[in-house]
Design a protein around this ligand. Structure first.
Ligand code: DGL
Length: 271
């Protein structure tokens, strides 16, 4: 294993491209292998046992590609399958929960923190557990809310649609009343709604788990001397390979929305 080996990023589908986008910002010199389990998405309403099984299969696929680090971009998989994946591979594994919880604790002054995610993420209480564990005896008030409709809405591209506003107001109503000062966007899709969420909850710190996970990856790789060397900044394009378990009719359009540019030559695979 060397520092030139790629970083493997997996998600239940296309949403994890929002996490890859953050990794490209903070670790632009790395090579990336992205795997989206588009045939079996969503994970957010599946049982923990199923998500663990799928996550282990995805990790095995990435290990066979000789990745030096696995990033579980999916918050749902990070919530329920992180330990199982760690136990099944011999490279470091980064999930979304710890970096986002750490960032939320740094950002919050009042200790009143909201978490939004899929039903499975919320039911797992992974954020609650991690925030409490990292709190260092500070008094915290944690409020969670599942927002399952945000996933199809974002895939539909309704980022500023009035129907989205109505749904978001409904989901965020209770959190607004709780007087939180920080909100964890605990799902791959939610950063795309951050403008809408800020409009509804002005002045709240929004925590993008992908952003903080990439900063965490710099530390994890740096500690073991596995960070890729810098390259000539005028003369390189990020190296990425894309694998998916299904390519549906709107794949390219939706992927472009998450990543900000076109996904080139995705390969369909069975995992
Ligand atoms: N990627 C999932 C997450 O971040 C959202 C989509 C799904 O439910 O699979 O939780």
């Amino acid at each position: 294993m060397s520092k030139t080996n790629p970083i493997g990023v997996f998600d239940s589908g296309i949403g994890g491209l929002s996490v890859l986008k953050q990794f490209l910002r903070f670790l632009p010199y790395e090579r990336y292998i992205y795997l989206g389990d588009t045939a079996r998405v969503p994970y957010g309403n599946k049982s923990p046992e199923t998500v663990i099984e799928y996550s282990k299969e995805a990790s095995k696929f990435l290990i066979d590609k000789d990745v030096k680090l696995i990033v579980i971009a999916c918050n749902t998989a990070s919530s329920v399958a992180l330990e199982a994946v760690r136990d099944s591979v011999d490279v470091p594994v980064i999930g979304m929960i710890f970096p986002a919880a750490q960032a939320a604790l740094r950002a919050s002054v009042s200790g009143r923190i909201g978490v939004i995610g899929t039903r499975a993420t919320v039911a797992s209480k992974a954020y609650e557990y991690t925030l409490t564990k990292l709190s260092d005896n500070r008094v915290l008030n944690i409020f969670q809310q599942a927002c399952p409709l945000f996933v199809p809405i974002v895939e539909e591209g309704w980022l500023r649609h009035q129907a989205t506003r109505i749904i978001a107001e409904e989901y965020l109503k209770d959190l607004k009343e709780k007087d939180i000062d920080t909100l964890v966007l605990g799902c791959t899709h939610y950063p795309l709604l951050s403008q809408m969420i800020s409009d509804i909850m002005p002045g709240i710190n929004l925590i993008d788990s992908g952003e903080h996970a990439s900063v965490n990856a710099i530390r994890v790789l740096g500690e073991t001397g596995m960070l890729a060397d810098e390259r000539d900044e005028y003369n390189f394009t990020p190296e990425m390979e894309f694998y998916v378990t299904d390519i549906h009719s709107t794949f390219y359009e939706v992927a472009q929305r998450f990543l900000g540019f076109d996904v080139e030559s995705p390969k369909k695979v069975i995992i």
